[in-house]
Write a new protein. Sequence first.
Length: 190
Amino acid sequence: MPLLTTPALRPGALAGLPQPDLAAGDLLLRPWRPEDRPAVLAAYADPAIRRWHCRTMTGDEARDWIDSWPRRWHQETDASWAVTDHAGVLGQIGLRAVDLYEAEAAVSYWVLPAARGRRVAARALTALTAWSLDELGLHRLGLRHSTANIASCQVAQRAGFPLEGTNRGAARHADGWHDMHVHARLRTDT
Protein backbone atom coordinates (compact mmCIF):
# COMPACT_ATOMS: atom_id res chain seq x y z
CA MET A 1 0.00 0.00 0.00
CA PRO A 2 1.56 3.34 -1.00
CA LEU A 3 2.30 5.83 1.74
CA LEU A 4 1.18 9.44 1.42
CA THR A 5 4.24 10.82 3.22
CA THR A 6 7.95 10.58 2.64
CA PRO A 7 10.49 9.75 5.35
CA ALA A 8 11.23 12.69 7.62
CA LEU A 9 14.89 11.59 7.64
CA ARG A 10 16.52 9.53 4.95
CA PRO A 11 18.05 6.13 5.65
CA GLY A 12 21.72 6.69 6.36
CA ALA A 13 21.17 9.72 8.59
CA LEU A 14 22.97 7.83 11.37
CA ALA A 15 24.88 5.14 9.51
CA GLY A 16 26.34 7.68 7.09
CA LEU A 17 28.12 9.47 9.93
CA PRO A 18 30.60 8.41 12.57
CA GLN A 19 29.06 8.48 16.03
CA PRO A 20 30.08 11.88 17.41
CA ASP A 21 31.54 12.90 20.72
CA LEU A 22 29.20 15.41 22.38
CA ALA A 23 30.43 18.06 24.82
CA ALA A 24 28.33 18.96 27.86
CA GLY A 25 30.43 21.45 29.83
CA ASP A 26 32.91 19.38 31.84
CA LEU A 27 31.24 16.17 30.60
CA LEU A 28 31.97 14.31 27.39
CA LEU A 29 29.52 11.91 25.79
CA ARG A 30 31.51 9.45 23.70
CA PRO A 31 31.02 6.03 22.12
CA TRP A 32 31.58 3.05 24.40
CA ARG A 33 35.02 1.39 24.49
CA PRO A 34 36.02 -2.14 25.53
CA GLU A 35 37.87 -0.74 28.54
CA ASP A 36 34.55 0.63 29.87
CA ARG A 37 33.39 -2.86 30.82
CA PRO A 38 34.08 -2.44 34.58
CA ALA A 39 31.87 0.67 34.65
CA VAL A 40 29.04 -1.18 32.88
CA LEU A 41 29.35 -4.07 35.32
CA ALA A 42 29.30 -1.66 38.26
CA ALA A 43 26.20 0.03 36.85
CA TYR A 44 24.21 -3.17 36.51
CA ALA A 45 25.30 -4.27 39.98
CA ASP A 46 23.83 -1.06 41.47
CA PRO A 47 20.41 -1.69 43.07
CA ALA A 48 18.87 1.54 41.74
CA ILE A 49 19.95 0.91 38.14
CA ARG A 50 18.83 -2.70 38.40
CA ARG A 51 15.47 -1.58 39.79
CA TRP A 52 14.65 0.87 37.00
CA HIS A 53 16.35 -0.93 34.09
CA CYS A 54 15.19 -4.39 35.22
CA ARG A 55 18.36 -6.30 34.47
CA THR A 56 21.70 -7.51 35.69
CA MET A 57 24.79 -8.17 33.60
CA THR A 58 27.70 -10.61 33.61
CA GLY A 59 31.18 -9.76 32.34
CA ASP A 60 30.50 -11.44 29.00
CA GLU A 61 27.16 -9.67 28.69
CA ALA A 62 28.80 -6.32 29.44
CA ARG A 63 31.38 -7.00 26.69
CA ASP A 64 28.62 -7.95 24.24
CA TRP A 65 26.57 -4.89 25.27
CA ILE A 66 29.49 -2.58 24.52
CA ASP A 67 30.28 -4.43 21.28
CA SER A 68 26.65 -4.12 20.11
CA TRP A 69 26.57 -0.32 19.90
CA PRO A 70 28.48 0.22 16.64
CA ARG A 71 26.24 -2.37 14.92
CA ARG A 72 23.09 -0.75 16.30
CA TRP A 73 24.35 2.67 15.14
CA HIS A 74 24.90 1.33 11.62
CA GLN A 75 21.51 -0.40 11.66
CA GLU A 76 20.04 2.97 12.75
CA THR A 77 17.99 1.43 15.54
CA ASP A 78 19.74 2.66 18.69
CA ALA A 79 22.73 4.65 19.89
CA SER A 80 24.47 4.91 23.24
CA TRP A 81 27.17 7.10 24.72
CA ALA A 82 29.33 6.75 27.80
CA VAL A 83 28.95 9.91 29.88
CA THR A 84 32.45 10.73 31.10
CA ASP A 85 34.58 13.33 32.81
CA HIS A 86 38.28 13.48 33.75
CA ALA A 87 37.75 10.65 36.27
CA GLY A 88 36.15 8.18 33.83
CA VAL A 89 32.68 6.84 33.09
CA LEU A 90 29.88 8.45 35.09
CA GLY A 91 26.86 7.07 33.28
CA GLN A 92 25.08 6.17 30.06
CA ILE A 93 22.75 8.05 27.79
CA GLY A 94 21.21 6.77 24.60
CA LEU A 95 18.63 6.87 21.87
CA ARG A 96 16.35 3.86 21.66
CA ALA A 97 13.82 2.79 19.06
CA VAL A 98 15.14 5.27 16.50
CA ASP A 99 12.56 5.77 13.76
CA LEU A 100 14.02 7.86 10.94
CA TYR A 101 10.79 7.74 8.93
CA GLU A 102 8.97 9.54 11.75
CA ALA A 103 12.12 11.36 12.97
CA GLU A 104 11.69 10.23 16.54
CA ALA A 105 13.49 8.25 19.23
CA ALA A 106 13.21 7.41 22.91
CA VAL A 107 15.86 8.39 25.45
CA SER A 108 17.39 6.28 28.21
CA TYR A 109 19.98 7.11 30.85
CA TRP A 110 21.57 5.97 34.07
CA VAL A 111 24.22 7.43 36.37
CA LEU A 112 26.65 5.53 38.59
CA PRO A 113 26.15 6.09 42.34
CA ALA A 114 29.38 8.10 42.82
CA ALA A 115 28.24 10.65 40.21
CA ARG A 116 24.69 11.19 41.49
CA GLY A 117 23.68 14.58 42.82
CA ARG A 118 25.79 16.47 40.24
CA ARG A 119 23.05 16.74 37.59
CA VAL A 120 25.09 14.50 35.28
CA ALA A 121 22.00 12.95 33.68
CA ALA A 122 20.28 16.29 33.08
CA ARG A 123 23.41 17.84 31.55
CA ALA A 124 24.00 14.79 29.35
CA LEU A 125 20.34 14.76 28.31
CA THR A 126 20.50 18.44 27.40
CA ALA A 127 23.55 17.83 25.18
CA LEU A 128 22.08 14.73 23.52
CA THR A 129 18.78 16.56 22.94
CA ALA A 130 20.52 19.50 21.25
CA TRP A 131 22.47 17.18 18.95
CA SER A 132 19.49 14.93 18.19
CA LEU A 133 17.10 17.75 17.34
CA ASP A 134 19.46 20.37 15.87
CA GLU A 135 22.16 18.29 14.17
CA LEU A 136 20.59 14.91 13.40
CA GLY A 137 17.22 16.50 12.67
CA LEU A 138 14.89 14.38 14.78
CA HIS A 139 11.46 15.90 15.31
CA ARG A 140 10.61 14.26 18.66
CA LEU A 141 12.47 12.73 21.59
CA GLY A 142 10.37 10.77 24.05
CA LEU A 143 11.22 9.70 27.57
CA ARG A 144 9.36 7.29 29.86
CA HIS A 145 10.02 6.41 33.47
CA SER A 146 8.15 4.82 36.34
CA THR A 147 6.04 7.30 38.25
CA ALA A 148 7.87 6.00 41.34
CA ASN A 149 11.22 7.14 39.90
CA ILE A 150 11.21 10.72 41.18
CA ALA A 151 14.87 11.33 40.26
CA SER A 152 14.23 10.47 36.61
CA CYS A 153 11.25 12.81 36.53
CA GLN A 154 13.48 15.61 37.84
CA VAL A 155 16.09 14.87 35.15
CA ALA A 156 13.45 15.09 32.42
CA GLN A 157 12.07 18.38 33.71
CA ARG A 158 15.53 19.95 34.18
CA ALA A 159 16.37 19.06 30.58
CA GLY A 160 13.21 20.70 29.26
CA PHE A 161 11.08 17.58 28.71
CA PRO A 162 7.55 18.51 29.86
CA LEU A 163 5.31 15.83 31.27
CA GLU A 164 2.73 14.78 28.67
CA GLY A 165 0.84 12.21 30.69
CA THR A 166 0.81 8.81 32.33
CA ASN A 167 0.60 5.38 30.74
CA ARG A 168 -1.16 3.22 33.31
CA GLY A 169 0.37 -0.18 34.08
CA ALA A 170 2.71 0.19 31.10
CA ALA A 171 5.93 -1.43 32.34
CA ARG A 172 6.65 -4.51 34.41
CA HIS A 173 9.35 -4.23 37.03
CA ALA A 174 10.52 -6.82 39.54
CA ASP A 175 7.91 -5.55 42.03
CA GLY A 176 5.03 -5.58 39.53
CA TRP A 177 3.39 -3.29 36.98
CA HIS A 178 4.27 0.40 37.07
CA ASP A 179 2.50 3.42 35.72
CA MET A 180 4.88 5.33 33.45
CA HIS A 181 5.27 9.08 33.06
CA VAL A 182 5.66 10.22 29.46
CA HIS A 183 7.81 13.29 28.69
CA ALA A 184 8.87 14.62 25.28
CA ARG A 185 10.76 17.36 23.52
CA LEU A 186 10.01 18.52 19.99
CA ARG A 187 12.40 20.30 17.66
CA THR A 188 9.90 23.18 17.62
CA ASP A 189 9.98 23.58 21.44
CA THR A 190 11.83 26.66 22.63
